[in-house]
Design a protein around this ligand. Structure first.
Ligand code: NDP
Ligand code: OXD
Length: 309
């Protein structure tokens, strides 16, 4: 029995060591050295090549090395009878909330404006609103969105969130559905995207969405690059409809060297680091999922492939 590890981003050697400690009875094979495909029971993947998972006849479990599973479901040949579990790691949640809080505070305290003023040698004071006057809208109220909303709320911001199904969260205005989307946009000075990438959410950060935001709003995208229509963002920034965009995720990663986002004075680029999976905390969680699959116990954090998350 073997685990197949396939990711061009994650440290294969460290994963192999961690899995050997957690599951000494299982051999870990690193793609492309997969050996006999008929002896692989478990696959631990980030963006596996199309067709790879379908070619493993004994596969019992697919585990995502990440909270999102769009990188797996993008392959239509992925066998539908094999359960997919996603990585739900409290360490990732903490990292993500830290990132969201840090960037929200940066926008709130007008740091990007003061940084631009410093570069231009301008000494100029701007009025500073209270956090309670800063309306933050969070797209996605799942594991990450709810935690980020709670952390922001604790820092005094006026928080609203949007989800597919209706929710009630203490002190957070909750919206859902198409009308709820527009209503959330209208009251968001800072819009944070923490949605999964699905057919329903692709290109959701487009001109229409930006036009519904208050003039001078800012956008933080920490979910997926394909949520954002790049050209619409550039247009909204250049017209003044948006003030800033802070982006951690991109349609193509690494962001190509000639991409206009790199040099735009009102775009901040970080290299998909907001809540990156860490072997030390993630390996025990993945090992637990494999142990559960081996023992025939109910799995946790199983993805619904029809829903896409
Ligand atoms: P969850 O599955 O826990 O939450 C997803 C949320 O989005 C839910 O509230 C869900 O609604 C909502 N949602 C899904 N589809 C729609 C829709 N069509 N309309 C409105 N709301 C919708 O995901 P996580 O919070 O764990 O992760 C979110 C995403 O963050 C991941 O999919 C990944 O893309 C990204 N991510 C990025 C990282 C980074 O480093 N930049 C790190 C980790 C994750 P409902 O509650 O009703 O189901
Ligand atoms: C994830 C990610 O989905 O790192 O976990 O983007």
């Amino acid at each position: 029995m073997a685990i197949l590890f396939c990711s061009s981003l994650d440290p294969a050697g460290r994963w192999r060591e961690a899995l050997a400690r957690e599951l000494p009875h299982l051999e870990t094979r690193i793609y492309p050295d997969i050996g006999d495909p008929g002896t692989i029971d478990y696959a631990l993947v980030w963006a596996p090549p199309p067709g790879l998972l379908a070619a493993l006849p004994r596969l019992k479990l697919i585990a995502s090395i990440g909270a999102g599973v769009d990188h797996i479901l993008a392959d239509p040949s992925v066998p539908r009878h094999v359960p997919i579990v996603r990585l739900v790691d409290p360490a990732t949640t903490r990292l993500m909330s830290e990132y969201v809080l840090a960037q929200t505070l940066r926008l709130h305290r007008q740091d990007l404006l003061y940084e631009a003023q410093q570069r231009a040698g301008i000494w100029q004071w701007h009025e500073q609103p209270d956090p309670a006057e800063r309306r933050v809208g969070i797209l996605g109220l799942g594991r990450l969105g709810t935690d980020a909303a709670t952390r922001l709320k604790a820092n005094g911001f006026d928080i609203a969130g949007w989800s597919r199904t209706g929710k009630t969260l203490d002190g957070i205005a909750c919206f859902s559905g198409g009308e709820g989307f527009d209503a959330l946009l209208r009251r968001s000075d800072i819009l944070i995207c923490l949605l999964p990438l699905t057919a329903a959410t692709e290109n959701i950060l487009d001109r229409r969405a930006f036009d519904h935001l208050p003039r001078g709003a800012s956008v933080v995208n920490v979910a997926r690059g394909r949520h954002l229509v790049d050209a619409d963002l550039l247009e909204a920034l250049d017209s003044g409809q948006l003030a800033y965009a802070i982006l951690d995720v991109f349609r193509e990663e690494p962001l190509p060297p000639d991409h206009p986002f790199w040099r735009h004075s009102r775009i901040v680029v970080t290299p998909h680091v907001a809540g990156a999976a860490e072997v030390r905390t993630a390996a025990p969680i993945i090992a637990d999922a494999i142990r559960r699959a081996e023992a025939g116990l109910p799995l946790r954090d199983v993805v619904d492939p029809e829903r896409g998350y």
